[in-house]
Design a binder for this molecule. Structure first.
Ligand code: GLY
Ligand code: MN
Ligand code: MN
Length: 444
């Protein structure tokens, strides 16, 4: 199995500690368990920041980094071993496992945190934490600080500075290492296979969720435990709903189906969209829109390279799409003016992409000092232009209404441009129609 090696987690902790100010402490909580209904829990997914620094997959844990601490810089609070609970809920690393298997210098039961953590914080000048993203944890942190404050008359020294960890950590996460790119390539490969399988299975009369089943099958069979986000399987007019989640409509003859889905591996996401005709053949209008979106995506790829800025790819898609919409008669007027007035937003209302990594919409600044961020080697992003013609858009001829097309691929910036991670899914009209025709012949 392709995964992030243990040595990488330790390298990340060292890199973060090297950037922390002297005499400081960083404290991060694991993700909370989310209840689905009554006593049923959602599948547990570790918090991405916590995972990035630890690779520790359990809930009810707190990670502490204290650069320069003689008795160990990396401390993990986690659940104790418990044969009765483990019989019902699964194995726990316990404190021994945290040290042996996850590289902690020291580990304590999570139930002892109120007694131990104030002592670790005391005397440090600065506390780094993800303030604001987890109100319950923020409250705990203030309680621990108040324990120290209440002992000020005994000489206890509470920290004076509270610093958001996000800036340091999220900038690190933005630059993908060779090991991270390898994992993302694998997630992309499996997701590409899943899209191919859904194309092959596409038939009039199935439900959207039948195609979702094909995706899920291929994700798991390929080695991914779960999707990186709720799969979007949107047929017909549903393709115009950007984050459609219902996935329960019937696939009708003449409809397009837009699938936006990707799996995650070791908490690294992939994010692919393809749009194809349910019956295997694009109508002339569907084909015209599809080829315009594809041309926009090609133009965007050409703008992804070191020293180009974040917005160049988006600007390229806006120009191609606006020009094409005028040529098709869907917009009227001068292209530059239509771009300036953002007239294209009636059809193309989202951006051309986002950072991609442990979170599908990954962390990392898009602007630095008021300017668009300049791309650098190792940054990963999606490229996903789209055109959505609302079913009730009275200003266009009826034949266009209800067509929604998005094409999305994942790329990593390289020295000479970018590597497309998701090449494994057909993309031209000819390729998709050929793949679908072949699947039908084989099934017949
Ligand atoms: N899957 C959500 C997106 O493409 O951004
Ligand atoms: Mn997507
Ligand atoms: Mn995306």
């Amino acid at each position: 199995m392709i995964h992030i090696p243990k040595s990488e987690y330790s390298r990340r902790r060292r890199a973060l500690m090297a950037q922390m100010e002297p005499n400081s402490i960083a404290i991060l909580p694991a993700a909370a368990v989310a209840i689905r209904n009554r006593d049923v829990e959602h599948v547990y997914r570790q918090d991405s920041d916590f995972q990035y620094l630890s690779g520790f997959p359990e809930p009810q844990a707190v990670l502490v980094l204290i650069p320069g601490r003689q008795h160990g810089e990396y401390i993990l609070f986690c659940r104790e071993r418990n044969p009765e609970r483990e019989l019902w809920d699964g194995l726990r690393a316990g404190q021994e496992g945290a040290i042996r298997d996850f590289g902690a210098d020291d580990a304590f039961p999570i139930t002892d945190i109120d007694d131990i953590l104030p002592g670790l914080i005391e005397g440090r000048d600065r506390v780094y934490s993800a303030m604001g993203s987890n109100p319950e944890f923020d409250r705990h942190l203030m309680e621990w600080i108040n324990v120290i404050r209440s002992k000020a008359n005994l000489g206890a020294q509470p920290p004076n500075e509270y610093v958001a960890l996000d800036h340091l950590l999220h900038d690190m996460r933005l630059y993908k290492s060779a090991a991270e790119v390898k994992v993302m390539r694998e997630a992309a490969r499996i997701s590409a296979q899943a899209h191919v399988r859904a194309m092959q299975a596409s038939r009039v009369g199935l439900h959207e969720f039948s195609l979702e089943a094909e995706l899920d099958y291929e994700f798991r069979k390929g080695g991914a435990k779960m999707p990186a986000y709720g799969s979007i399987v949107a047929a017909g007019r549903n393709s115009c709903i950007l984050h459609y989640q219902q996935n329960d409509a019937v696939l009708k003859d003449g409809d397009l189906v837009l699938i936006d889905a990707g799996c995650e591996i070791d908490c690294y996401a992939s994010d692919i969209t393809r749009t194809w005709p349910v019956n295997g053949k694009y109508s002339p209008e569907q084909k015209a829109i599809y080829e315009l979106v594809l041309a926009a995506q090609e133009a965007a790829f050409a703008e992804i390279a070191p020293n180009k800025h974040w917005n160049q790819a988006h600007e390229a898609t806006v120009r191609v799409i606006t020009t094409g919409l005028v040529e098709l008669g869907l917009l009227q007027g001068n292209v530059d003016e239509l771009i300036a007035s953002e007239a294209y937003k009636a059809f193309y209302m989202h951006r051309a992409g986002h950072w991609l990594g442990m979170d599908v919409h990954d962390v990392g600044e898009y602007r630095v000092g008021g300017e668009w961020r300049v791309l650098e080697v190792g940054m990963a992003l999606t490229v996903e232009p789209g055109i959505y013609i609302a079913p009730d858009n009275q200003s266009v001829a009826k034949k266009w209404r209800g067509i929604g097309v998005r094409i999305e691929d994942d790329v990593v910036v390289t020295k000479s441009g970018c590597e497309i991670l998701t090449k494994g899914v057909p993309k031209t009209v000819a390729e998709i129609e050929a793949l679908m025709a072949q699947a039908r012949t084989q099934a017949a």
